[in-house]
Design a binder for this molecule. Structure first.
Ligand SMILES: [Zn+2]
Length: 261
């Protein structure tokens, strides 16, 4: 007869074993791919705000787990190069789209979704939302959600398919954070970034982000898929993650079906 304590211990062991054994699925045509080690459901009920640069808490990641996020697209050429690189390595990322860019380049937004990435929201026009009347800020956020849903599905839908939002410039306010929490939207900050808004060579950016990742031992990484230097840096960056023993976690909205290609 197994008692309750033993059962709990066995359950904990099973979970620990599952995490330890999380191995990426095979990647067609690339036996040495970095891959995506696991999918993490993220729910505003338990983690309404994540990212240590902005908030007290972040995602429940194990050491050396990395969540890749790309802001401000979709953008011709650079977003395409980044999607090509991610596909070659079978890596799933999250894109925070500017609504007006999604309307201008709907095929790219659709490609992100079709290739299994998470598509989320980053306002319509990328304003400083903390410097606007709250009604105007809420309107820009909602317009951004509707624009992305229009680009993806050709229907104006104010309900976000994936309940993830990132503030432009991380410029939030307590009332806006409360409003998003009531709507069960997870607000994404970041744990680290490549500072890719500053001009630098791809090699410089690679060195910078790897040093920061070694210091934080993983976390939510912010890039911009509008940046040529980031698109150029990504192939060696993913190779370096593999060589250094980092693994990729794909975040999805709680309850969402992780899309398979
Ligand atoms: Zn942005």
């Amino acid at each position: 007869m197994i008692d309750r304590t033993t059962l709990l211990a066995l359950a904990a062991l099973a979970i620990a074993t599952t995490v330890a054994r999380a191995q990426p699925a095979p990647c067609p045509g690339n036996a040495d791919a970095l891959g995506t080690a696991r999918v993490l459901d993220v729910d505003a009920a338990t983690t309404p705000r994540v990212g240590r640069k902005q908030f007290p808490q972040t995602l429940p990641l194990a050491p050396n787990e990395v969540v890749l996020t790309f802001d401000d697209g979709p953008w011709p050429v650079t977003t395409e190069r980044i999607l090509d690189t991610l596909r070659k390595e079978c890596v799933r990322a999250t894109f925070f789209l500017i609504g007006r860019n999604a309307l201008a380049h709907p095929a790219l937004a659709q490609r992100e979704l079709a290739e299994g990435h998470t598509v989320a929201y980053h306002s319509f026009s990328h304003p400083m939302l903390d410097r606007m009347p709250i009604a105007a800020a809420q309107a820009d956020i909602d317009r951004g959600i509707a624009a992305v849903e229009t680009a993806l599905h050709r229907q104006t839908e104010r309900t976000p398919a994936t309940p993830f939002f990132r503030f432009p410039y991380f410029a939030s306010t307590p009332p806006l954070l409360d409003w998003l929490e009531r709507r069960r939207m997870v607000v994404f900050g970041a744990d680290l970034w490549a500072s890719d808004w500053n001009p630098m060579s791809p090699d410089q950016e690679l060195g910078l982000i790897l040093a920061r990742l070694e210091a934080t031992r993983g976390g939510i990484v912010l890039f911009h898929d509008t940046k040529t230097q980031t698109a150029a840096m990504l192939p060696p960056f993913l190779r370096a993650l593999k060589a250094r023993g980092f693994s990729i976690v794909h975040v999805v909205g709680a309850g969402a079906q992780a899309q398979t290609q």
